[in-house]
Design a protein around this ligand. Structure first.
Ligand code: AMP
Length: 308
């Protein structure tokens, strides 16, 4: 079985959307990545940190999906990373109201021995120095290193972020962040600039407008499935990334054509994540539902056109 190593936040999220608000619920980039990747037949592990304010039953949710948590440090007397966000009426944009790093501020990650040879490494959203330290601990160069980040790290740790981007194969980033990182409005120009920074592949996520995969001069586009109800987009980007790397780990094929399939799997899983608050929908998700929606994806994008 393929092995996937995930690093990222395991967090308390407090979310407000036009449809309601939550108290502190389980969130974090690694949480959403892990839950999405768990849809595939792979071995996975999360490297992260929480305080002992994190209820153990929240962590059970991840263990129940067979995710190895031996690299998840629980700091005695520490407070867990906390993020509070509020979505605008169109749900396409949000304001971050609070980001408290807490135990993440001086976390030194330890990759479990049996994951130092992982096939795929997913460097989820957190401090670029932590992402770098995880790469340094690998005993073999993984087949694929994927990195996701966000504006918070660009604003606060840009130099460190640029250093780690040099060492990865795939950058997943949303459209606004791609523009911020490169100073280019055109996403095609932005992707070309990111290529020169290191990664061979760039995935630009455009929320309800789908995702673009760039490789050399080729571009592949996957739409987002038009949904009747979008309730809470939190974690959609991470769920996309989890589906993307989960599929690549399971198939052990990192060709461009397989990365295109991985984009579809990521988009498919993200379409479920947004249907309920936080992780709720991903926890109830059944394989049959996932397969059915994959068929819808195929129908949505297939056309028969005669070309001269
Ligand atoms: P997404 O909606 O996919 O962009 O991810 C939302 C998740 O990212 C939430 O569960 C947050 O806990 C987590 N998050 C928010 N800000 C940060 C940050 N600065 N670093 C790492 N994770 C974050």
């Amino acid at each position: 079985m393929g092995k996937l190593l995930i690093v990222g936040t395991v967090a308390f999220d407090e979310i407000e959307t036009p449809f309601g608000k939550t108290d502190k619920i389980l969130g974090g980039a690694a949480t959403f990545i892990g839950l999405a990747a768990a849809q595939f037949k792979i071995e996975s592990a999360i490297v992260s940190v929480v305080g002992d304010d994190m209820p153990l039953e929240y962590l059970e949710v991840l263990k129940d999906k067979d995710i190895d948590l031996s690299g998840l440090e629980i700091v005695k007397g520490g407070k867990t990373f906390y993020w509070k966000g509020k979505y605008h009426n169109d749900l396409n944009s949000r304001d971050t109201l609070v980001t408290e790093l807490n135990t993440l501020a001086d976390f030194s990650p330890k990759v479990p021995e049996n994951f130092k040879d992982a096939d795929v490494v997913m460097l989820g959203n957190l401090h670029p120095n932590i992402q770098m330290s995880v790469i340094d601990q690998m005993t073999e160069r993984p087949k694929l290193i994927v990195l996701d980040t966000m504006n918070f790290w660009m604003n606060n740790t840009l130099e460190e972020l640029i250093d780690v981007i040099k060492r990865i194969d795939v950058l997943t980033i949303n459209d606004e962040e791609a523009r911020q990182l490169t100073g280019e409005y055109s996403l095609v120009k932005a992707a070309a600039k990111i290529h020169t920074m290191g990664p061979e592949y760039i995935v630009i996520k455009k929320g309800e407008h789908g995702a673009l995969l760039f490789h050399e001069s080729s571009i592949f586009f996957a739409p987002a499935l038009p949904l009747e109800e979008v309730f809470d987009p939190t974690g959609a980007g991470d769920t996309f990334a989890g589906g993307f790397v989960g599929y690549l780990t399971a198939t052990k094929n990192v060709s461009f054509s397989n990365l295109r399939n991985a984009v579809i799997h990521g988009s498919n899983l993200a379409s479920f994540c947004v249907e309920r608050f936080g992780t709720e929908r991903m926890l109830s998700l059944k394989k049959g539902e996932v397969d059915k929606r994959l068929h819808q994806f195929k129908e949505l994008t297939q056309f028969d056109i005669e070309l001269q």
